[in-house]
Design a protein around this ligand. Structure first.
Ligand SMILES: Nc1nc2c(ncn2[C@@H]2O[C@H](COP(=O)(O)OP(=O)(O)O)[C@@H](O)[C@H]2O)c(=O)[nH]1
Ligand SMILES: [Mg+2]
Length: 257
């Protein structure tokens, strides 16, 4: 990653930003605009992998047309693997050194990207996890006490089932992270449901680090999380527990900003 001074301040390069979208027409334009402000147009790309039934792809195309940045909009008529499947498609298309995965509803602030990548570079990590539960972070944008409870309980469950691998990972449920593209083995992943980070962490040997971040309030539209996602998460945990997974090489070396 290199930083350069763009018209709007410091811009980062060497990064492919993967955004899964499902009916985010009210958010995707602002997301692309705010991402563009922190990305060097010559050394970055935004990959929108869209399964929408609304005009998310059209809105994204209009916004992209006003920018010098490389924005690819992949619309899937036959979505396979839901959110996680979409992220996998994006990872497969990515060309830059770092792959950032983030949501399309602005709950993951684009302005945190430079900090995410700087942590990976300065600490020599393969993956940087943006954590809501690290000191200085916040899960305030979770919608209501039930969502807070589900998030806390599922985090606890995952860390209990993988005590060694996830010992130093405070937020294995987050959808906001940066991973070095070359450290990914896409064929090793079997995505299902919402929790792609678990697949990334448990099926690879990665040195990881975390930064705290504040999970914002969804900007427009409604959450796509359903009870079915909850049961997919439980199936995913069982599958990962029963299958041999890789050892996280640097799990003990987590640092915090
Ligand atoms: N491509 C794709 N994106 C999805 C799908 N389901 C959810 N998303 C996107 O994944 C991100 C997280 O979903 P969201 O509904 O905000 O989940 P929450 O933050 O847990 O409430 C958002 O950008 C959604 O648009 C899906 O089936 N396919
Ligand atoms: Mg959301």
């Amino acid at each position: 990653m290199r930083q350069s001074a763009g018209a709007e301040g410091t811009q980062v390069g060497g990064v492919s930003v993967v955004v899964p979208t499902f009916n985010e027409a009210g958010n995707v334009g602002e997301l692309i605009r705010r991402l563009a402000a922190v990305l060097d147009p010559d050394r970055s790309e935004i990959l929108i992998v869209d399964d929408s039934t609304d005009d998310t792809a059209a809105v994204a195309a209009v916004q992209s047309g006003q920018l010098p940045h490389c924005v690819d909009i992949v619309h899937r008529d036959e979505p396979v693997g839901g959110l996680s499947g979409a992220v996998l498609v994006g990872m497969g298309l990515a060309v830059h050194e770092w792959v950032v995965v983030m949501d399309g509803d602005l709950q993951h602030p684009p302005e945190d990207l430079p900090r995410l990548l700087a942590a990976g570079e300065s600490r020599g990590a393969d993956i940087v996890i943006a954590s809501r539960y690290r000191d200085g972070g916040s899960a305030g944008g979770l919608d209501g006490s039930v969502r807070h409870l589900v998030s806390t309980a599922s985090t606890l469950l995952a860390r209990t089932l993988f005590p060694r691998r996830l010992r130093e990972c405070t937020d294995p449920m987050t959808g906001f992270f940066a991973v070095r593209r070359e450290s990914l083995d896409l064929k090793a992943m079997q995505p299902q449901g919402f929790k792609i980070l678990l697949e990334v962490l448990l099926r690879h040997q990665l040195t990881m680090t975390e930064i705290p971040f504040s999970f914002g309030v969804r900007s427009a539209g409604a959450s796509k999380a359903t009870l079915a996602n909850g049961s997919a998460f439980l199936r995913q945990l069982v599958t990962l527990r029963l299958q041999p997974t890789s050892t996280v090489r640097g799990a003990a070396a987590v640092e915090v900003v």
